[in-house]
Ligand binder design. Structure first.
Ligand code: SAM
Length: 238
């Protein structure tokens, strides 16, 4: 498995994987499968090839649109079983990664996984994005904020932008609705201090449906009112 992944990561994104990193990805795939069997519901995808493409390579695609500086702080909002945050941290051990997730069961998996893979210095934040965005040590703290499959863009903007420092970037990983979602988020982005920097298509091997990376620059501070209390962004999107 790992050699195929390494070849694809190099070919698609110019990311070389060391033997140690290949072994970490292989362990990650095995652990996902084991947890799925015993606890169910962590992620729908488990066949090794599908995990490599739809979880690992898809996560690494983020590095084709942002290049965090050495030691940059990165938060993955609604990380679930660790995507895209953990693969990014595996190939960029210098990053200061925070994994934010509302479900305790998933946080427990991530802590177990980090120990297993020998990843140190990751912050696990068991909270909702709406809470994190108002925490003094989290608010406008991050250089890069990433999220995949968490919420529709107008809602997601309210989860992500409060966490980014002015001058930092958000990357939202989306499917075919990307362009439409960006249009629908115009009001939210304006209010929250974001500006769309670009939408890039990602082509993954043997994946028919389109994947897009929406990059949003944080150009102004987010007003204190945002994010609103948990549940409100989804109920009353900006
Ligand atoms: N990002 C992962 C991936 O792509 O595999 C997980 C995607 S899963 C569909 C969405 C995750 O976001 C769930 O684990 C859910 O608990 C989390 N989530 C949804 N809304 C959230 C919020 N407001 N704050 C924190 N986590 C949230």
């Amino acid at each position: 498995m790992s050699e195929r992944l390494a070849a694809a990561a190099q070919r698609l994104f110019g990311i070389p994987l060391s033997a140690e990193q290949q072994a970490q990805f292989a362990q990650y795939a095995a652990e996902l499968e084991a947890w799925n069997k015993s606890r169910a519901n962590l992620t729908a995808i488990t066949a090794v090839e599908a995990v490599e493409v739809r979880h690992f390579l898809d996560s690494l695609s983020v590095l084709s649109v942002v290049n965090p500086s050495q030691g940059a702080s990165v938060i993955d909002v609604g990380t679930g079983a660790g995507f895209p945050g953990v693969p990014l941290r595996l190939v960029r051990p210098d990053l200061h990664l925070t994994l934010l997730e509302a479900t305790g069961k998933k946080i427990a998996f991530l802590q177990h996984l980090a120990t297993l893979l020998g990843i140190e210095g990751v912050q696990f934040l068991h909270a909702r994005a709406e809470e994190a965005g108002q925490m003094p040590d989290q608010r406008e703290h991050y250089d890069v904020v990433v999220a995949r499959a968490v919420a529709h863009m107008p809602i997601l903007a309210e989860y992500l932008l409060p966490l980014v420092r002015v001058g930092g970037q958000c990357v939202a990983m989306k499917g075919e609705s990307a362009e439409r979602e960006v249009r629908e988020a115009a009001n939210a982005l304006r209010i929250l201090g974001g500006r769309v920097a670009g939408i890039s298509a990602v082509n993954l091997p043997n994946v028919a449906e389109p994947h897009y990376l929406i990059v949003i620059d944080k150009i102004a501070p987010t007003p204190r009112l945002y994010p609103r209390k948990p549940g409100t962004p989804a109920k009353k999107p900006l």
